[in-house]
Each structure stands twice: as C-alpha cells, then as structure tokens.
Design a protein around this ligand. Sequence first.
Ligand code: C2E
Ligand code: CA
Ligand code: CA
Ligand code: CA
Length: 277
Amino acid sequence: AKADGGDANKLFQSEMRFLLHEKFYVENDLRRALERGEFSLYFQPQFDLKTNQYCGEEVLVRWNHPTEGLISPVKFLTVAEETGLIVSIGEWVLREACYQKKKLVNMGFPQVPMSVNLSLRQFLHRDIVKQVEGALHDSCLAPRLLELEVTESVTIDIDRTVNILNRLLALGVKISLDDFGTGYSSLQYVSQLPIQELKIDQSFVRNIGQGKQSEGIISMIINLAHYLEISVIAEGVETEQQLMFLQKQNCNKVQGYYYTKPLCMSDYQKYLRTKII
Ligand code: C2E
Ligand code: CA
Ligand code: CA
Ligand code: CA
C-alpha cells in the first residue's frame, strides 16, 4: 500500500509538473501570439424567427497557431483567464470587432448589432468601460451596433456588476446574458441586471425532441424574457426540428450550424450576400 501510495504520488507530481509546464508554455505562446497577430475573428449570423431576416452576429476568437493550426478558444481561454492575459486578448477582440463591424456597415450591409463575448475577469477589470469606449471611439462604430455578452457568473458581485452594466449602457451598447440557465445564479439576481437579451444555452437546444425537461426549461426562459420585456435568442440550433420548436415557443432569434458555422470575414461577407437581397 505504501509503495502504491508512493507511485501514485510520483505520478501525481510528474503530472503536475507537466501541467505547470504546459500552462507556462501556453502562456508564453499566447503572449507571443498577441504580439505577432495570430488571433483572428470568426462570425456567426443570427436570424429573426418572425421575419427570417439576418439580425446580428456573434464574434468568436480563433488562434491561428504557427504549428498547431486553428485553435478553438475553449483550448486557450482558461489559461488566458487564469494568467490575466484575457484582458489584453479581450481588448484586441473588442477593438478588432468594432473595426470589422464598421467595415461591414461601410460596405452597405444591414445595420444590425455585433455581439462580443466578455469573460468574467475581463468584465470585472477596472478598465472595461474605458476599453469599450475607446474601441467605439477609435473605430467610429455606432454604439447601438455593439452588444456585449456576459454570463451569469457576473452575479458573483451583483452591486459592482449592476454599476458596470449601467455605465456600459450609458455608452449606448446592448447587453446579452449568455449561456442562460447553466449558471447557478438566482432568478432574483438575474432580474436585477439591466440587460436587453437572454441567450438560451445550446445544451438545452441540443435536447429538443429528446425529452420534456429541456423543452420545459426553454419555454420557461422564453416566457421569462417576454415577461421582463427583453429579447431572447437560442444558440446551437442545428436542426429543422429545433428551429420549429423555438418558433412555436415564440423565441425571437436563433443562431447555429443550421444556418452556418462561424466564418472568417471574407466567407462571412459572401454568406451574407446570399442571405440579403
Ligand atoms: P459561446 O459564447 O457559448 O459561443 C458559442 C459556441 O458554440 C461557439 O464555439 C460556436 O462556434 C459554437 N456553435 C455555434 N453554433 C453551433 C451549433 O449549431 N452547434 C454546436 N455544437 N456549436 C455551435 P467556439 O467558437 O469554440 O467558442 C467557445 C466559447 O469560447 C464561447 O462559447 C465563449 O464562451 C468563448 N469565446 C469565444 N470567443 C471569445 C472571445 O472573443 N472572448 C471571450 N471572452 N470568450 C470567447
Ligand atoms: Ca444578440
Ligand atoms: Ca457567446
Ligand atoms: Ca453561449
């Protein structure tokens, strides 16, 4: 038993060393990536369920790694968050998104909002309002064309969050509550947030047609949004069946592979041209 414990301990230590190493490398890589401009933005359109029209898009960051290729944010955002690098990566995303959106508007595409994800650490950073203001100012983007997605995790400090949200709203941007229904925040807190949209998490959407439970939660979220007189969007819509259900429940907007995966800017423009006119 003692030998086993020792082996397990050794294994644990080497595993830890590996993890620490890995984190160290990823951190350095991320820092370099920012300096070398290896991040890029992908865009996924959103559609209004009543009119079937393009009504916005979400910006999703990608890392174009020199040897590993295109890396998904789920693979590097945890390290970025833990090391605080998310603040500078997030600021780059925010600025770049505003510039790209301004470009779309100048090209004559419809003036619908673009959503940018903000992580908890980024949202609670003392410069967040200044960052948003700076990105809008420098890009000359109309504030109403920028929407910020935050998760329920922001209710961890409700007073501070309401204060930040109010200052962001004063700039003229919109706020959407992402991954709604997956956090453990109380509805009491959520109803206190000055937000304009609830975003139903894709885990519920995935289970449409697979049982009454997720469908019940979805219709509850939609009713809640209507009661609060805010908009509601479902993400991760992949099938006609999911779309029909959401339509029947009077969900306002949808986004997902059913329409398209997130696209790089040039593909996104091509895609939009097929949807408009
Ligand atoms: P999220 O904000 O919930 O974004 C939705 C994720 O679902 C995206 O993954 C998107 O590509 C994917 N998705 C869209 N439609 C479908 C669908 O029909 N089916 C399925 N299975 N998936 C779909 P992605 O791009 O890998 O991003 C993962 C997460 O990383 C995001 O989840 C968000 O939390 C975070 N993230 C992405 N970009 C940024 C960013 O710029 N800043 C911050 N802070 N977080 C970001
Ligand atoms: Ca939106
Ligand atoms: Ca999101
Ligand atoms: Ca989400």
